[in-house]
Unconditional design. Structure first.
Length: 95
């Protein structure tokens, strides 16, 4: 018979959630820096400057958006797992 150590599971989920929160804050800072860089039109003129700005706007911003959404979905899933474990544990105490 397998035994679920709920306290250890909660601890691991809480640690993962804190780590994800930190990563999301870092991603927001990166996104802000990239947007500031993209808005430096006067500093990077010509075709090369346009190409560099477009590269960051077309590649990095969508990737950061995807990654932020992935992390948000992952956090939601972890919350659901924690709630399911709590529900399972409360049902065990009722027996």
């Amino acid at each position: 018979m397998k035994i679920l150590h709920v306290r250890d599971l909660y601890h691991a989920i809480d640690g993962a959630m804190q780590s994800i929160d930190e990563k999301r804050r870092q991603l927001q800072q990166i996104r802000q820096s990239i947007r500031q860089f993209i808005s430096l039109g006067h500093a990077f003129t010509g075709e090369g400057g346009d190409a560099i700005r477009n590269y960051y706007a077309d590649c990095h911003i969508p990737f950061l958006t995807y990654l932020e959404q992935f992390l948000a979905d992952f956090q939601h899933t972890l919350t659901q797992i924690k709630q399911a474990a709590a529900s399972l544990e409360s049902h065990e105490h009722e027996k």
